[in-house]
Design a protein. Sequence first.
Length: 186
Amino acid sequence: MVASAVAAVATTAGTVAGTAGYFTGPTTLELPIATDSLTASGLEAGVTGHYTALQATLQALPPGEAALLSWAAALNQLGILTVLALLFLLGYRLRSSILFTAASVRIIGACGAVLAAASIIGQILDQVARCRLAELIGASRRSAEEGLIFVGHFDLAALMAGLVLVLVAGVFEYGRRLQKDTEGLV
């Protein structure tokens, strides 16, 4: 329980510091490049290729993109805090020997839903901001044939973890019913 509280404070401080950096100073970001026109030269053995990402240092982010990146970081932090709060509450309930209760089911289910939603929305906001920044600095110059391309990287691990937590809530509900049915048998 103590470790989860310390981790919550440390990760929140890091997120706040990183978010403040979006508004105050130079920021280095990896931006997706949505074009085939930026080709890699100097490759050996007849290999051809094009760039798909660019690491760029921007002296000042536009306010809209800085806000999107900040919201994305905040939602990511919300997912982390959700998992840490779940660990804290389950540790407390286990220590108190009151694990299989209706409140435990609600806590686990809510944590799973929040984790899944926050991770997906946060990733979408992050990728939209990065694509807009790539277009703003001219890294994603598209030809007429390429049309509109959205390049994004989505990590589905947090979504899957959220869904697993919702299933674990179902297991806890089943355990709660078994515990209720067996009370008085012994």
